[in-house]
Design a protein around this ligand. Structure first.
Ligand SMILES: Cc1cc2nc3c(=O)[nH]c(=O)nc-3n(C[C@H](O)[C@H](O)[C@H](O)COP(=O)(O)OP(=O)(O)OC[C@H]3O[C@@H](n4cnc5c(N)ncnc54)[C@H](O)[C@@H]3O)c2cc1C
Length: 309
């Protein structure tokens, strides 16, 4: 892991920077590259554009690690209202959220109730909810949470990270409940005792996990989304799925808004499923710093905005 990535991940957790960087005009302008705007309407407008290219979306309302259950309830209500709005607009938009945004730091049981309300509403409206995966200190809790939720709700998926050594074991364990999985490389700073450090190792593990998941797709009633912008990995996944005789329409990729957009269009026009995750909301600072850490060259883009109008 490069020093610049470490610094950016450290900055993502720094409260002083969070307050001050958030207010800087040139940073706000740069954020627009990854986020169409702070409001649901901005995200809906971006969805309409993507749908012209047959690309549906997933919405995430930014925020994490809240400190009161009142905030957890407010955030839950936001998602309930959002589901209604999506239904009224008849748009293909799923939702994805962080459990700490609806209270996981405060009460497991209360978060379970709040999430169940969201999953139930989503199910009634024929929609889907994914659980984002946060840093490894939340992993056991999040997986246990997912198992509890799956007892009652089938329309829920979980994200897992290829940079962790344990992910293959987690996947094998979860197969018993026919999970819906979104596979990512992983966006947090993790210690070398539990996570691969070198990108080549992370990529190798991502590929091994993908192969395992592709085999499971034909054997079980699971849904898998390969969430990566790594075009080499995407090619491997396409080839592997071909050799397993899987239909293109069964292979789902997911990518983030504003990253490799032309490749997203190409996946759609080539007949693969592709869904774009759009984040919105005022609390973009830690999320945005993680996006910069994924590609420290993006910092240059921020700096350019100091000089442009
Ligand atoms: C739909 C989706 C959901 C996600 N959910 C989670 C989650 O719940 N938990 C979690 O830990 N992580 C999540 N992530 C983030 C993920 O873990 C990675 O940090 C991120 O996707 C970058 O990894 P990559 O697979 O694209 O590979 P990389 O090797 O990082 O990138 C491959 C190529 O894509 C381009 N690229 C990647 N990121 C950027 C960027 N920010 N800006 C510009 N170019 C870029 C670069 O050209 C790079 O060479 C999610 C990612 C996606 C796409």
């Amino acid at each position: 892991m490069g020093i610049s990535r470490n610094i950016l991940l450290w900055a993502s957790r720094n409260e002083y920077l969070k307050i001050h960087v958030h207010k800087m005009n040139f940073v706000q302008k740069a954020v627009k590259r990854f986020m169409p705007g702070e409001t649901v309407e901005d995200a809906i407008q971006a969805t309409r554009e993507l749908l012209k290219h047959k690309i549906p979306t997933t919405f995430t309302h930014l925020g994490e690690n809240i400190t009161t259950l009142t905030e957890a309830e407010t955030n839950t209500q936001h998602y309930l209202d959002l589901l209604d709005k999506i239904n009224r607009e008849s748009l293909d938009i799923e939702i994805s959220l962080k459990l700490t945004h609806i209270g996981l730091d405060l009460s497991f049981e209360k978060t379970l109730i709040l999430f169940s309300n969201i999953a139930e509403k989503a199910s009634a409206l024929n929609n889907t909810v994914f659980i984002d995966i946060e840093d490894s200190s939340y992993l056991d809790k999040t997986i246990n949470f997912y198992k509890r939720i799956k007892e009652e709700h089938n329309n829920v998926g979980i994200c897992l990270q290829a940079y962790l050594f344990r992910t293959m074991d987690d996947l094998k364990d979860l197969m018993a409940i026919d999970p819906w999985i979104r596979l990512v490389k992983g966006a947090y700073k993790e210690p070398p005792s539990i996570a691969f450090r070198k990108l080549t190792e992370v990529n190798e593990n991502y590929l091994a996990l993908s192969k395992f998941l592709l085999q499971q797709i034909s054997a079980r009633n699971i849904r898998v989304a390969f969430a990566t912008h790594d075009l080499i990995l995407q090619e491997h996944i396409k080839n592997e799925s071909k050799s397993l005789g899987l239909d293109k329409a069964k292979i789902e990729f997911q990518m983030l808004y504003g990253i490799k957009t032309s490749e997203q269009y190409k996946l759609a026009s080539d007949g693969y499923k592709i869904r774009t995750l759009i984040s919105y909301g005022e609390h973009w600072y830690p999320w945005y710093m993680r996006r910069l850490a994924e590609r420290p060259a993006n910092v240059g883009f921020v700096l350019n905005n100091i000089f442009s109008n």
